[in-house]
Write a protein that binds this ligand. Sequence first.
Ligand code: URA
Length: 214
Amino acid sequence: MYKISEELAELGKRRIEGYPVEGFVWGSGPKNPAIMLVGEAPGENELETGIPFTGRAGKELMASLESVGLAREDVYITSAVRSRPYKWGTKKKRNGEIIERKYNRAPTKKEIIAHALILDTEIRDIHPPLIVTLGNIGLQRLIGPKAKVTELHGVLIESPIQYWDDEESCFKETADVYHIFPTFHPASVFYNPAVRELKDEDWRRLKELLGKVK
Ligand code: URA
C-alpha cells in the first residue's frame, strides 16, 4: 500500500481550513498499481467509510474496472481534493417536515489548489503507467482548465501534466511526460443516461491499452 506522509496530509488539512469542506479521505491502493484513477473529491459515503468511491458512483466504477479485468486492489484511487466539499440545502422528509442538510458539490479552484501538493506527490511517487481521469475536475487539474471530457474522452494523451509550484503560487508543466486517459465520472451516467454508452466504449478502449503503456 502507498500512503502520503502524515505531514503532507496535515498541510493539506490546514490549507483547506475555512472552506466549506469536511473530513479527509486518503488515496488508496498499491505502490505499483496497473493504473491511477483521479476523481473529483469524496462525497458523503466516502466520508463514512474512509475509502474512495464506496458510494453509488463507486459501484459503477467497480463494474467498469471489472470489465477490464481489474479490481480495486490493482489500482490506486485518488482525487483532486481529499475532503468532502458540501453546500447546505433543504430536504422534505416523508412526514412533510423540511430539514437542512449538506449536499455534495464539485470542489472550487481554491480547494483544488489547497490539496494540489497531495496529488502531485502521489503522482510523482507512484509514477503510474497510466492515469485515468474521471470527469472534468480530474482532467482539468492535470491538463489545464480548457480541457473538456466530452472532447477528449476515450483517447490516450501523452503529455506533461500540471503541478502546483508553491513558491510561485501557480500551476506549471512537469518535465516528465505522462499517459493520460480521460473518461467520464462514473456518477455522470446517473444524471445523463446517454453517457453510459460512451463511457463503456472508453473502458473497452482502455482494456486494449492496458499492458501496452509503460
Ligand atoms: N467522487 C469522487 O471523485 N471520489 C470519490 O471518492 C467519490 C465520488
